[in-house]
Design a protein around this ligand. Sequence first.
Ligand code: DNO
Length: 393
Amino acid sequence: MEKTWRWFGKKDKITLSMLRQIGVEGIVTALHDIPNGEIWTVEAINDLKTYIESYGMRWSVVESLPVCEAIKYAGPERDQLIENYTISLANLGKCGIKTICYNFMPVIDWVRTDLQHPWPDGTSSLYYDRVRFAYFDLKILQRKGAEVDYSEEEFNKVAALDKTITETEKDELIDAIIVKTQGFVNGNIREDDKNPVAIFKKLLTLYDGIDRNMLRENMRYFLSAIMPVCEEYGINMCVHPDDPPFQILGLPRIVTNEEDIAWFLQAVDNPHNGLTFCAGSLSAGTHNDTRELARKFAKRTHFVHLRSTDAMPGGNFIESTHLTGRGHILELIRIFEKENPGLPMRVDHARMMLGDEDKGYNAGYSFHGRMLALGQVEGMMAAVEDEIQRGIL
Ligand code: DNO
C-alpha cells in the first residue's frame, strides 16, 4: 500500500519536510481555502501539486472535495453545484489527481463527545460517550422528537448528568461535537462562529422530511451526474463511511453497513464509483466486521483509512491503538494487498502524546501519535510483504 498522510496545506504546523523524514510517500489534502461549492481551478490545483512535489512526494488523494448540503438534500441550486463539482473534477483530472474522497453525511461529519479522553499511560484519544451525546441532543439542542431515540435507562442517566455537569463541560461538549470536529472537515461550522448551537439547529431543519430513501436517491443522482467526467479523466470517487455508522440526531445516514455499501455501489454500477474503506468508522458499529466488509468490497475500494476502535459497554466507543481493536488492521492489509494491491492508505485519529496536546493540531490529527501509528502500520505491511514473498498469503 502507498503510505500517505493527511496534510492540511501550507498552514499545517506539520510540514512537508517533516513528513518526508518519516517516510510518507503520498499526500492527502484539499484546497482548504476555497469555500464549499466553488470551482477548484487548474492553477490553484497545480500550485499545490508542484509545492508537494518539490518535497519529493506526490498529491495522491483529495480529501475532500466537499459535497454541498444542497446536493445532499436536493435544494434548488443542486444542479449548479453539481456542475461546479464536475468542473473541479475535470480540473483535478487534468492535473493528474485521480482519487477523490468525499462523504454524503447530512450536516455533521464524524462525531465524538471527548477529544482528549485520558488513557492510563498518559496519552489521550478521541472518545464517544452515548449518554453525553444524548445529553447534547436532549438538553442542549432540545431537538424535537429526540425522545424516541433513547431508552429509559439513558434518560435517567441524562437526568443524573444534568445535576452535575458544569457550564464549562457543556461548552466542551458543544465544542467537541459540532465545532472542533467539523470546522476543518466540512466548513458548516467554523471555530469563530459565535453561536454554533443555533447555526447547527438551523442546518438540521434542511433535512426535515428527508428520509434514508430520499437521501439515497440524491446520492444516486449526484453520482450518475458526475460519472461521465470520472470516466473521461479516469477519476475514482470514494465515499467515506458515516462515522459513527448509525443514525444520529434524526438525520438519515446511508453509508453505515454492508447493505448500504452494496446499495450505492450497485445503484451506480461503475468502477469509478467506489469506497474509502475507513476501518475506524466501520468498526465503531458493532454490527460491522471490517474483515468481512474488506473481503467483500476490496475491488471497489480506492482509498483506505487504517485505524481501529473498541466497543465499550453502553454503546460507547474509543479509538484503540492501531495494533488492537475491532479494526483488525493486520488482516485488512492482507486482504487489500491480495485483492487490490498498492492502494493509498493513511493512518487516522491517532492518540495525542509527547507534547502533541500543546500544538493546536486538528482533533485526531496529532503528529507523534500518527507517527507512531504509521510506524506500527509499516511494520504490519512489512510482515504482509514477507508473507507474499514466501508465498504463504
Ligand atoms: C475524519 C475524516 C472525515 C473525512 C470526510 C471525508 O477524521 O476521516 O472527516 O475526511 O468524511 O469527506
